[in-house]
Write a protein that binds this ligand. Structure first.
Ligand SMILES: [Mg+2]
Length: 355
């Protein structure tokens, strides 16, 4: 294959991608019934690379900031995106020079670049990265914050639909009742919890002991994101359950400071700004002896499948974003018996849903 015969500018278009949730989704920051993401398309000759931005207000992003950043990239696309679909790292450097932060907007471009590069080569992204596509580990399915009646209904529904592992959102005044309700309806299914920073040190220590009796396997982000490492360390030393940091760690340079206070990190493309920095973050976390969970925002199959390319590097997967949606317009990694199955299609392996 002569890759040099085909050169054209990479052209960016983007549009709002609003999707409806199966159930209103509650976390300690608030509840939503729909999710407003941004679909990115990078055209290179006949090929289109797909990406998705999923802004979160608690990471200082919104639909407006994503649109503003993508408009800036569009206005400078010949300099930033150029004409080489393999120049993924250079594109990320140029975006970082253009504007700091705004990781979910940058992640959308970066995953679309990987999609394009894989499509030009005719190979799946995970193969291009030298990784296994073997479905491992299992992903969980999230039960959002709700009243106890709905918690019971959602848990029964999840168990009835065959989900093998649950993640439960906490950070309320009635967390003990939520977990009791979930455990009593979930049998022996593995359960992990995410407080989204909803506890203080005292409550986190209490909850860690309480949750052990309910066989909870890990606690995500017990304390608010700007909490000191010494407070995290106090909770970790008093918790019989591993403590993972999500909001407190976005990129690889955040790890060293937090490492003494945690047992693991939650990696998300919307925080790292893309696949390359996610791999660096995983490498740095491993160098500090930390566990790795790969998570996501509420995203379509584009975001799920992009994240899933790195599943073989992780201990835990929390890639249920598309499972929580009623109207995902795309299909990619398929959920089967707890695992996410990647296809052999080139690039990310995402196509428009046929039905
Ligand atoms: Mg989390």
């Amino acid at each position: 294959m002569n890759l040099k015969t085909k050169t054209s500018q990479i052209d960016l278009t983007f549009e709002r991608l609003t999707m409806t949730l199966r159930h209103p989704f509650g976390i300690s920051y608030g509840t939503s019934a729909t999710t407003d993401n941004v679909l990115v398309k990078l055209r290179y000759g006949d090929l289109i690379g797909l990406g998705e931005a999923s802004p979160a207000s608690y990471h200082s992003e919104s639909l407006e900031t994503v649109n503003a950043v993508l408009s800036m990239i569009k206005a400078n696309q010949s300099e930033i995106l150029g004409d080489d679909p393999f120049a993924v790292q250079m594109v990320t450097k140029r975006m970082d020079k253009l504007i700091a932060g705004n990781q979910s907007a940058k992640a959308a471009i970066e995953m679309a670049m990987h999609d394009l590069a894989g499509k030009v080569l005719g190979v799946p992204v995970y193969k291009m990265l030298g990784l296994s596509g073997h479905p491992q580990p299992m992903t969980d399915y999230t039960i959002g914050i709700d009243d106890l009646y709905m918690i019971e209904r959602k848990t029964r529904e999840a168990v009835g639909e065959g989900y093998k592992m649950l993640k439960v959102k906490l950070g309320t005044t009635y967390d003990e009742k939520i977990i009791d309700k979930v455990r009593s309806n979930a049998g022996d299914l593995p359960i992990r919890v995410d407080a989204n920073g909803g506890w203080n040190v005292k409550r986190a220590c209490h909850m860690a002991g309480f949750l052990q009796d309910y066989k909870v396997e890990l606690i995500e982000q017990p304390l608010p994101k700007n909490t000191s490492v010494s407070d995290f360390r106090f909770v970790k030393e008093n918790s019989p359950i591993p403590i993972y940091a999500d909001e407190s760690i976005c990129v690889s340079s955040d790890v060293a400071k937090m490492a003494p206070g945690i047992d693991g990190v939650v990696v998300k493309l919307a925080k790292t700004g893309g696949i390359l920095e996610a791999m660096r973050l995983i490498g740095v976390a491993r160098a500090h002896g930390l566990g790795v969970m790969f998570g996501m925002m509420i995203e379509s199959s584009i975001g799920v499948t992009a994240s899933c390319q790195l599943q073989s590097l992780c201990d835990y997967l929390d890639l249920d974003g598309a499972l929580l949606l009623k109207d995902d317009p795309y299909q990619g990694a398929q959920y089967k018996d707890g695992y996410l199955m990647l296809s052999d299609l080139p690039g990310l392996g995402v196509t428009l849903r046929s039905s």
